[in-house]
Design a protein around this ligand. Structure first.
Ligand SMILES: C[S@@+](CC[C@H](N)C(=O)[O-])C[C@H]1O[C@@H](n2cnc3c(N)ncnc32)[C@H](O)[C@@H]1O
Length: 305
């Protein structure tokens, strides 16, 4: 089970996250339990970890990996956007810390039939939560040309968005990763192909899973869940997510709300967070050599005031 997913920036996460060895911590993206295991090893006998993941396989994998910690671990299969209500129904109101390690796990990427990777052929699914109704197939084959183009441009930051969207609409039905790759190959120059494929897959995955909205909703609920001095650590793997985290932390750390008009003064507000990482923490060369996923990781942390 240890190869399910190797945790990224694990030592840095522990150092920034844990302030109270007896506290309650949430890992909102428990995945294969890599970060969660390290957190549990670090906590004292009264510390507790709540692991959340939308993916049933991830919950099963972490159940096995974290079994030895017994009742000190609770696992929940849900989207982290529902974190406040899920914790509320279990009577958990105050956390010492929360970590979100965003995106997909190596395990999800490696499962060809889930369609997350352009490097393997499989049917186009890309749902982290198999209970969601819209898969990559519906997005690619059911969305209008304009909507597809907007997704590729916005979520993939792909320059050839219009050409690829047109190619997809023309080639419908597009049912497998190989068929999707062939369309992209016809639309972009060879030297840009790998990057374009990565961007197209990223864009469709973000749409299928509502990733950016989930992140915004989860972040909004975090300050109210944290105890004073409690910490929030977020690891992002692409600039769209990282921007959302950076801007959220900045807004919550500000002591005024900009009025947007030179005639009206800014409104004062009580900052709820203090930013702990002026610049994002990134992985050292050694970690990247061992775990290529770490290459694009950006970790940001903040503390509840
Ligand atoms: C990068 S992996 C986490 C790996 C984990 N930190 C470890 O060390 O094993 C991201 C995990 O978050 C889950 N995930 C992503 N977005 C989610 C969301 N909105 N709600 C719940 N789980 C989510 C994915 O299913 C995946 O298992």
């Amino acid at each position: 089970m240890s190869t399910y997913h190797e945790p990224v920036l694990a030592e840095e996460t522990l150092a920034l996250l844990i302030t109270d060895l007896d506290g309650i911590y949430v890992d909102g993206t428990v995945g294969g339990g890599g970060h969660a295991e390290k957190i549990c090893e670090h906590l004292g006998p009264r510390g507790h970890l709540i692991g959340i993941d939308a993916d049933a396989d991830a919950i099963e994998a972490s159940r096995t990996r974290l079994e030895r910690f017994g009742p000190r671990v609770t696992l929940m299969r849900t989207n982290f956007r529902h974190i406040a209500s899920e914790l509320g129904t279990r009577g958990v109101k105050h956390l010492a810390g929360i970590v979100l390690d965003l995106g997909v796990s190596s395990h999800q990427i490696d499962e060809a039939d889930r369609g997350f990777s352009f490097r393997a052929d499989g049917k186009l699914d890309m749902r982290m939560d198999s209970r969601r109704s819209v898969s990559a197939y519906e997005v690619i084959n059911g969305y209008s040309l304009e909507r597809l183009e907007a997704i590729l441009r916005e979520y993939g930051e792909e320059r050839a968005a219009r050409r690829i969207a047109r190619g997809l609409v023309y080639a419908r039905p597009v049912a497998t990763a190989l068929e999707l790759n062939e369309v992209v190959e016809r639309c972009v120059e060879g030297r840009y192909l790998t990057k374009s494929l990565a961007r197209v897959y990223q864009a469709i995955r973000i749409e299928v899973n509502g990733e950016l909205e989930s992140l915004r909703e989860a972040l909004d609920s975090i300050p109210d869940l944290l105890l004073p001095g409690g910490r929030c650590v977020v690891i992002a793997y692409h600039s769209l997510e990282d921007r959302i985290v950076k801007e959220f932390f900045r807004r919550e750390a500000a002591d005024r709300i900009p009025s947007q008009s030179k005639y009206i003064p800014d409104l004062p507000r009580l900052p709820r967070l203090e930013i702990l990482t002026r610049k994002p923490v990134t992985a050292a060369g050694q970690e990247i050599a061992r775990n290529p996923r770490a290459r694009s990781a950006k970790l940001r942390a903040a503390e509840r005031r």
